[in-house]
Design a protein around this ligand. Structure first.
Ligand code: K1U
Ligand code: ZN
Length: 167
């Protein structure tokens, strides 16, 4: 297992479009284990491969209180959306920033699991929000993109200052 570096906004590599995973093999399962260690250590409830500069369509999520229910989504796609919900979102690539975002409350998604088996499921609430947030990462989108231009500029300035101070 390995702890991986998480890219921070406004890093341009967060804008990369992820490519589909063509073979769910042991290399992908090693990447899943490393991403899980990184997500739990952060701590976070989700992580997209884009955030660790790997541009493959792979996301992991664990919204359980016990932090022992890892869910893996390979080549995830949202098939349908119902209703809307506004929740406070955070992002491991935008540390310390929490803002309200409106998304679909209920989604039906398709994906492959860590064994390459097809999953199709209807989910709601936090899991649905988290899946949409992570799929956005695979498309090069960050939750900050839903905010006003002024807020985006403020967040970008604040994080760039933090990054300069950490050097
Ligand atoms: O994609 C990411 O950066 C992970 C992100 C997922 C997410 C959170 C909230 C709404 C949508 C998507 C996070 O995990 S931010 C950290 C966080 O929310 C959290 C951390 C520890 C305990 C509980 C929540
Ligand atoms: Zn995020």
């Amino acid at each position: 297992m390995a702890l991986l570096e998480i890219l921070h906004y406004p890093d341009p590599r967060l804008r990369t479009q992820a490519a589909p995973v063509t073979d769910v093999n042991d290399d992908i399962r090693t990447l899943i284990n490393d991403m899980a260690e990184t997500m739990y250590a952060a701590p976070g409830i989700g992580l997209a491969a884009t955030q660790i500069n790997v541009h493959k369509q792979l996301i992991i999520i664990d919204i359980s209180e016990s932090r022992d229910h890892l869910q893996v989504f390979i080549n995830p796609e949202v098939m349908s959306k119902e209703s809307e919900i506004t929740t406070e979102e955070g992002c491991l690539s935008v540390p310390g920033i929490y803002e309200s975002v409106t998304r679909a409350e209920i989604i039906t998604y398709r994906a492959l699991d860590a064994q390459g088996k097809k999953i199709e499921e209807k989910v709601s609430g936090l899991l649905a929000v988290c899946i949409q947030h992570e799929i956005d990462h695979l498309k090069g989108k960050v939750f900050v993109d839903y905010l006003s231009r002024l807020k985006q500029q403020r967040i970008s300035k604040k994080l760039l200052k933090q990054q300069r101070q950490a050097m």
